[in-house]
Design a protein around this ligand. Sequence first.
Ligand SMILES: C[S@@+](CC[C@H](N)C(=O)[O-])C[C@H]1O[C@@H](n2cnc3c(N)ncnc32)[C@H](O)[C@@H]1O
Length: 297
Amino acid sequence: MAAALIAVGLVVIAVVASIRARMLRKAPGASASTSGSNSPLEWSADDEFKIDGIEYACRPVSDLFPSTGERFCLRKPREEVERYASFLAEHQSDSIFELGIYDGGSTALIAQLAEPSKLIAVDITAPRNPGLKRFIAQRGLDTSVRPFWEVDQADGARLVRIVEDELGSNPLDLVIDDASHLLEPTRDSFETLFPRLAPGGIYVIEDWSWAHAPQGTWPDTPALTTLIFELVVAAAHSPAAVAELTIDGGWCAAERGPADLEPSGFSLAQLCGERGRLLLAGKDGVAAGRTTELSGG
Ligand SMILES: C[S@@+](CC[C@H](N)C(=O)[O-])C[C@H]1O[C@@H](n2cnc3c(N)ncnc32)[C@H](O)[C@@H]1O
């Protein structure tokens, strides 16, 4: 099993390297700076900026504060904020689904940067304070910015009801998952929402690489990396479904291809093919005794 997972890892490294090379030509947003004169972000410090009079403070978990309608606590570092500004400038997205609102900072940021007709956002908790509600009311965004609280990202039926109530049969352009970062719920919402993207739409998974942090995070929790392996195999076996992947640090963006994807019962495993499923199960080459192992410390 360990040997096969290592083999998957080697495949991932090879495929990712080539996919990333392709994507970096197409998507300069992955690392481009938005501190130039055309950027809407007005930085006053390395972790503080304004957009059109609304203040944002980038804060690590240890230094959070309650958001107001005019000043938001954002759980993203500066480079992630700049990545979003570039990405949203490049990928015009009119209907967006965000998983993981926290205190509304990212929802307000996406609303200001993308100005979508519809921004649906969900979180498993109740609202922590009225900051986002005030922002929406003060800016007259009640019909376009739509937060839903106490919604579990793993509850596919609920996500579908929300999408259908808000968009009817229209597809999504962009999904951003910054919610649980756990394997099963993240895969659940991927399988619910990915087939509801328009062809060319993008599904972003943030912070997938926590299991590989040097300090060792959540050692007893299944790594989200497995979902990224599945996406790499799906992109190789079913490129009409998963057309492109960008993997850059903890950021993964999967572009939906033109294939007809039936949303009910959609599964990522189906996109991986028999060989891919064997590989992901650690059984590739086992019958022939040909598994490979990465040696070294
Ligand atoms: C990292 S925070 C989001 C930060 C926010 N996007 C930002 O940049 O400021 C993760 C959020 O996901 C929510 N969350 C955790 N598990 C969830 C689940 N199963 N379904 C929906 N939301 C979840 C948490 O309540 C938390 O507010």
